[in-house]
Design a protein around this ligand. Sequence first.
Ligand SMILES: *Cc1c(COP(=O)(O)O)cnc(C)c1O
Length: 394
Amino acid sequence: MIPSVLPTYSRAPLSFVKGEGSWLYEADGRRFLDLGAGIAVNALGHAHPALVEALTTQAQNLWHVSNLYHIPAQQALADKLVDESFADTVFFTNSGTEACELAVKMARKYWFEKDQPERVNIITFDGSFHGRSAAGIAAAGSEKMTKGFGPLLPGFIHLPFADHEAVAAAMDDTVAAILVEPVQGEGGIRPLPDACLKGLRDLCDETGALLILDEVQCGVGRTGKLFAHEWAGIEPDIMMVAKGIGGGFPLGAVLATENAASGMTAGTHGSTYGGNPLGCAVGGKVLDIIAEPAFLDEVNRKAGLLRQKLEGLVAEFPDVYESVRGAGLMLGLKCTAVNMDVIGAAYDKETLLIPAADNVVRLLPPLTITDDEISTAVARLEDVAQAVRTKNKD
Ligand SMILES: *Cc1c(COP(=O)(O)O)cnc(C)c1O
């Protein structure tokens, strides 16, 4: 008999009833160190007092009015995002997938309005992830996500990751945009080298194509800059944000330059819940905290500490952990052992890790993780390695 919840997820046998900072509590009182943060969503940890206050204050006043009216919290968050980024304008969504939908529509509409309606193709990359909607799975293109779902949305050109020559060769006058994650998340924490991102920017500048960055996972302080592309010193034309921006409340956004957004006039796009007062009140507070230079300095310092300790683990347990990769507090441990065995052993040590492709275990802790918690995390990963090693010897 089919479960009452559609069985599309394979879930761990855990259910949490309370969260606080970097910790999640089971009903039986067990306390888990959360190194996944809801897949980079709880950027400020669980139940951050400032976010609880922002949400409850807003909830006591106004939940929803629809985008038929002006929404002050939405306006304020858009202003902040414009101040803090390359963007001139922002559209709010409830998720990363919806941000992907708009990014694709915006790029195509741009060329339609420039009297080049044949420029509809969007270049994407192996190992990418852009959400589970019809456009999202067509964009990523992997068989795992697309098989069985019938005709896919056309207009995506899939190329090898970080292969500049392949992109250069594909840049003809049908290409509307390039869509890329500066650091692939689901694909196994694969950072696109800065030189590659600059190369994509150059190809776009030469051909007029728009550069769309998917910073749904790597954005909002995760890599130690407010947005990951800042490390490469380039700016996109369009950027998708979600996950961390809501700190756990469903919120996403598409940020764009005035030029890239020029086709999106009244009536061309919309969302019932997008930019609702609750999400924007929380998002505004998240951004106030994370955009502070001192906060980002701390992310970088802690990222260096964690990474150094993880390198030590790789040296000590080469039969379990193969290498460390990633940027900031978006780290991947490529495993020598089976990644799901590592994650299972971590559950036994009351520690939450997240799998990714390429046999990688992801560490995406709250950006507020403390030095003590980092030490605890690494001590537990040592215990995990011992347990996996022992199991593999039997
Ligand atoms: C999670 C994710 C998405 C999809 O976001 P949802 O909020 O799950 O719809 C898109 N792109 C990237 C890079 C992601 O990590």
